[in-house]
Design a protein around this ligand. Structure first.
Ligand code: PLP
Length: 458
């Protein structure tokens, strides 16, 4: 079977509409060719992100009705605390309204000017939260993880030799923590093996460096471990997840991904002192520690979502749908990062559009073409997101890869929606030599991709 049937049936529908070509052109110009600026109603198939875009189950919606909206000690907080304890094994946690707040709270406590925080690949918000505290976010993914064509079952793994070398050549006090992103979103949604997590944990213990996981897509990661890692196929995903987290000192979590919720997250740890200090800071910026910027009903949706996401029928379908989407694109001659990741397919725009130089943002050019051709929204993960101008020379510094991420929201689009996207790309491929590069005409200093405005070149 090429596309696996969905293990759910539709109970509620939300109409979507394909705007005509003129409207699309107008929207692109008004948005400064930045898809962050296009209204959602002008998008037909929105593959911008898998974050906060999941369709909740009837069980989650039912849970929303028992939301306890008390300021302190809401019952749903205790449900979430119990769920986090059971699934992740961490004794202390605080809820937050989304993952970057967990990062902000953790890094503003641990990171200072001169700090280095290694990871496989930091996500953009993680990187920004380290950098605003004066630290350096260092990416040490294995070489295969930087090569879109390399075949490796765990392209999200961290390079342990590089990590050891960093630990041996850097004063211990400059490394306040080390991280791993599961799965590795910036590197193509690629998983990290259990063996890699274990080995990194041992190295961190040896050197006394706290080890935190960015757990956004922990269930998809555990599913890949079950499928691909020797000796893991007979275990449940829940057991694999539990072992994964047993090697860490804590985690940051955006429940907008594998929490199957539209909002929410948490910071969890084994360090009671750290969580107590963070609770004090939290009251100022996020809310009382038993609600963390969320309504009681949101806490319940997250708590139920975290349990549902470990259902293996769901994970088989979820990763199967993304894999089939990737296969269909490959068959259509669109180069993608191989193998497809857990939550998204990443098109290798440099390979697809070799005539557009990196300085003219080939991945952004493809994002524009996807909207222009079919009102499909994807996101650039390349030199717009990760490039910058060298502060000394003013020369542009490019990202290692120019990718377009087509993220598949959880339980939202059927397989025929994804077939439509494949057809749009087939259409683009016919005239790809006519696509135009872009130049940035205005940009912010931090996270420029959210608000930058572009002009087409030529
Ligand atoms: C790997 C990773 N970490 C952190 C975040 C930040 O989470 P949030 O958007 O909930 O702040 C994201 C969001 O996409 C992510 O993919």
């Amino acid at each position: 079977m090429r596309f696996m049937p969905e293990p759910w049936r539709v109970k509620v529908v939300e109409p979507i509409r394909l705007p005509d070509r003129e409207e699309r052109e107008r929207d692109l110009v008004a948005a400064g060719f930045n898809l962050f600026m296009v209204p959602s109603e002008a998008v037909f198939i929105d593959l911008f992100t898998d974050s906060g875009t999941s369709a909740m189950s009837d069980n989650q919606w039912a849970g929303m009705m028992i939301g306890d909206e008390a300021y302190a000690g809401a019952r749903n907080y205790f449900h979430l605390e119990e769920t986090v304890h059971e699934i992740f094994g961490f004794p202390y946690m605080v809820p937050v309204h989304q993952g970057r707040v967990a990062e902000n709270l953790l890094f503003s406590h641990l990171v200072e000017p001169g700090s280095i925080v290694p990871s496989n690949n930091h996500f953009d918000t993680t990187r920004a939260n380290i950098e605003v505290n004066g630290g350096e976010a260092l990416d040490l993914v294995i070489d295969e993880g930087r090569d879109p064509e390399a075949d490796h079952p765990f392209k999200g793994n961290i390079d342990l030799d590089k990590l050891r070398n960093l630990f041996e050549t850097t004063p211990r006090e400059r490394i306040p923590l080390a991280m791993l992103t599961l799965t590795n979103n910036s590197g193509g949604g690629q998983p990290v093996s259990l063996a890699n997590v274990r080995a990194m944990s041992e190295l961190c213990k040896e050197l006394g460096v706290p080890f935190y996981l960015d757990a956004c897509r922990f269930a998809e990661n555990a599913w890949f471990i079950k499928q691909r890692e020797e000796g893991q196929s007979g275990r449940t995903v829940a057991e694999i997840a539990r072992e994964t987290f047993s090697y860490a000192d804590g985690c940051t979590m955006s429940a907008k991904k594998d929490g199957l919720a539209n909002m929410g997250g948490f910071l969890a740890s084994r360090d009671q002192g750290l969580i107590e200090t963070i609770k004090q800071r939290m009251v100022v910026i996020e809310g009382f520690p038993t609600y963390g910027g969320l309504a009681g009903r949101d806490l319940e949706a997250v708590s139920r979502g975290l349990r549902e996401v470990l259902e293996e029928d769901y994970l088989a379908y979820r990763t199967g749908q993304v894999a089939a989407f990737g296969r269909a694109l490959t068959e259509a001659g669109v180069p993608i990062v191989q193998p497809p990741g857990g939550h998204a397919v990443y098109i290798d725009a440099r390979h697809f559009l070799p005539e557009i130089p990196q300085a003219h943002f080939p991945a952004q050019a493809l994002v524009v073409a996807l909207y222009r051709e079919g009102a499909v929204r994807g996101v650039e993960i390349g030199s717009v997101m990760f490039g910058h101008d060298d502060p000394e020379t003013g020369d542009p510094v490019f990202a290692p890869m120019e990718l377009v991420r087509l993220a598949v929201p959880r339980r939202v689009y059927t397989n025929s929606h994804l077939k439509y996207v494949v057809e749009v790309l087939e259409e683009i491929k016919q005239h790809k030599d006519r696509l135009k590069g872009l130049k940035i005409v205005s940009q912010a200093k931090v996270l420029r991709h959210f608000t930058a405005r572009f002009e087409e070149i030529g």
